[in-house]
Design a protein around this ligand. Structure first.
Ligand SMILES: NC(=O)c1ccc[n+]([C@@H]2O[C@H](COP(=O)([O-])OP(=O)(O)OC[C@H]3O[C@@H](n4cnc5c(N)ncnc54)[C@H](O)[C@@H]3O)[C@@H](O)[C@H]2O)c1
Length: 430
C-alpha cells in the first residue's frame, strides 16, 4: 500500500487518455507527476495545464520503444524527483483485417509499444524503487480484451495478453519487495487511442475492411467510460495495494465463460502413469514466491490480529472487565440479539453485562471455536458459570458473528437459545 502524497510518479502515455487522467488524479492527491510521451508538445502542454492548477508536473518526450530515449528520460526524471510510482501505460492499437495479411512493421511496432516497453520502463526505474525500501508501486496497463478477446486486432489482443503475463510474473518477483504491482484491465474508455494509432502507425494508413474496423472502434470508444473515472480508480488501487484493477464489471460474465471453457477442458492426464508435476516443489525451488503471496500475508496478519482481539474481548468479559469489553467496539457499533431481534449500543451491552457479571460467578467461555477471516470472526462457545444467588450451574451455548474494522467490532450478532438465557436471568430482578 503506497500513500501517493509527496511521491514522484512517472507516467508513460502521459499526454493523453488514461495516462493523463491518472496523472491528474495523482496530482490531486499530492503526488508530483512526470508526463512522458512520444508527443513532446502534448506532454508539455498537459504538464503546463497541471502546473497552472498548482501541481508539480514535468512533461518530457519519450519513445517507449527506444532504450536511448529511456536513458534520457530517466536522467531528466531523476533530476525532478525520486520515482516511486511507475505507470507503464503507453499503448497503441494493432493492425486489423486477416492476420495473415498483417504488415510486419505494424506487428513489431504494436509489440514494441504495448509489451516490450515494460522491460525498458522497469530497467530504468524498478531497481531504484526496490532499493529505496520505501513503499513504491508499479502499474502496468493491459486491457479487458486480454481476458475476453473480441474479434478485433490479433496484434493488440496478444500484446495486451503479453502485458498481463508480464504483470503476473512480476507479481511473483516483487512479492517480497517494497514495490507493489497492479495490472489495469480497462474496458472501453473515451480516449484518443484510435486517432493516436493512426497518427503514429509506422506504415501508411489502413484501407478497406481494416480502415472500416478502425473507424468502427473510434465510434465505440467515443461512448466509453470517462478516463477520469479510471484514473481515480488507479490511484485508489495504488493506495490500497490492489493487484487487479477491473473498472468495467460488465465484462465479468464473459470472463467467467472464457475461464469456464478453459477449466472444463482440463481432462485426464495425457499419461495416466505419470505422478503429476510437483507444483508446490516448483514454487519452493524458486524462492517460494507465488502470486497473491503478499495479499495472503496481509490476510493472515489481519486474521491473526482479529483472532487476538476476539480472545481479549471474551477474556475481558470472563474477568468482568467491562471497560475493555466496551472499548473493543467502535462507538457506533450495533449489537443484535436473535432472542429479541433488537439492535443495542455498546453502552447498553455494558449495562447488560455488568448485571450478568454481578449475578454469575466462575464465568468461563468454554469450548471456544473461533474462525477469523479478513473483516471479522465467528465464535461458537459455551458460556458457563454459577448463579451467585443459589450456586446453580448455568450454561449458554452461543454463536457470535462479528464484523471488525481497524481492530474494533462494528457489528456483533448474537445467537442463543432463550431457554438458556432464562436460567442465567433467574434472579435478575431479585
Ligand atoms: N481507451 C480504451 O478503451 C482502452 C481500453 C483498454 C486498454 N487501454 C490501454 O490504455 C493505455 C492508454 O491508452 P489511451 O486509451 O489512454 O490512449 P491515448 O491515445 O489517449 O493515450 C496513449 C498515449 O500514449 C502515447 N504513445 C503512443 N506510443 C508511444 C510511444 N512509442 N512512446 C511514448 N508514448 C507513446 C500517445 O502519444 C498517447 O498520448 C494503452 O495501453 C491502451 O492500450 C485503452
Amino acid at each position: 500500500m503506497t500513500d501517493v502524497a509527496g511521491k514522484t510518479a512517472f507516467i508513460t502515455g502521459g499526454a493523453s487518455g488514461l495516462g493523463l487522467a491518472t496523472a491528474r488524479a495523482l496530482a490531486a492527491r499530492g503526488a508530483s507527476v512526470i508526463l512522458a510521451d512520444i508527443d513532446a508538445a502534448g506532454a508539455e502542454n498537459a504538464a503546463a495545464g497541471l502546473r497552472s492548477e498548482g501541481a508539480n508536473a514535468l512533461g518530457l518526450q519519450l519513445d517507449v520503444t527506444s532504450e536511448d530515449s529511456w536513458a534520457g528520460a530517466g536522467a531528466r526524471a531523476r533530476e525532478f524527483g525520486p520515482v516511486r510510482i511507475l505507470f507503464s501505460n503507453a499503448g497503441v492499437g494493432g493492425g486489423s483485417g486477416p492476420f495473415e495479411q498483417y504488415d510486419t512493421e505494424v506487428w513489431r511496432w504494436n509489440y514494441a509499444v504495448n509489451a516490450h516497453a515494460h522491460l525498458y520502463a522497469c530497467r530504468t526505474f524498478l531497481g531504484e524503487m526496490k532499493a529505496s525500501g520505501e513503499p513504491s508501486h508499479l502499474v502496468i496497463t493491459s486491457s479487458m480484451v486480454a481476458i475476453v478477446p473480441p474479434p478485433i486486432s490479433v496484434a493488440y489482443i496478444s500484446s495486451k495478453y503479453a502485458t498481463l503475463g508480464i504483470a503476473m510474473a512480476l507479481r511473483n518477483e516483487l512479492a517480497e519487495s517494497c514495490v507493489d504491482i497492479s495490472v489495469l484491465m480497462p474496458g472501453m474508455s473515451a480516449t484518443r487511442i484510435v486517432e493516436t494509432t493512426r497518427e503514429l502507425r509506422p506504415v501508411e494508413v489502413e484501407v478497406g475492411k481494416a480502415a472500416a474496423t478502425s473507424q468502427a472502434m473510434q465510434g465505440v470508444l467515443a461512448g466509453g467510460m470517462s478516463p477520469d473515472k479510471i484514473g481515480a480508480r488507479v490511484v485508489q488501487a495504488i493506495e490500497a495495494g490492489d493487484y487487479w484493477i477491473f473498472t468495467h464489471p460488465e465484462w465479468k460474465a464473459m470472463a467467467e465463460l472464457v475461464t469456464a471453457d478453459m477449466l472444463a477442458s482440463f481432462g485426464t492426464s495425457a499419461d495416466p502413469a505419470y505422478r503429476g508435476d510437483d507444483i508446490d516443489g516448483l514454487i519452493a525451488a524458486n524462492g517460494g514466491r507465488m502470486f497473491g503471496a503478499k495479499a495472503q500475508e496481509r490476510d493472515m496478519a489481519e486474521e491473526n490480529d482479529i483472532r487476538e482481539m476476539a480472545q481479549r474481548f471474551f477474556d475481558a468479559i470472563e474477568a468482568g472487565d467491562i471497560e475493555t469489553m466496551v472499548n473493543s467496539f467502535t462507538p457506533d457499533a450495533e449489537i443484535w440479539h436473535n432472542t429479541d431481534e433488537l439492535i443495542v449500543t455498546p453502552a447498553q451491552t455494558a449495562q447488560t453485562l455488568t448485571g450478568m457479571v454481578a449475578r454469575i460467578k466462575d464465568r468461563e467461555y468454554a469450548e471456544r471455536q473461533l474462525t477469523a477471516f479478513p473483516g471479522g470472526f465467528v465464535q461458537q462457545h459455551v458460556l458457563k458459570g454459577k448463579r451467585v444467588h443459589d450456586d446453580g450451574e448455568v450454561r449458554l451455548p452461543c454463536a457470535i458473528v462479528c464484523k471488525v474494522e481497524n481492530g474494533k467490532i462494528t457489528r456483533l450478532d448474537e445467537y442463543f437459545d432463550s431457554a438458556h438465557v432464562a436460567a442465567f436471568r433467574k434472579f435478575a430482578n431479585a
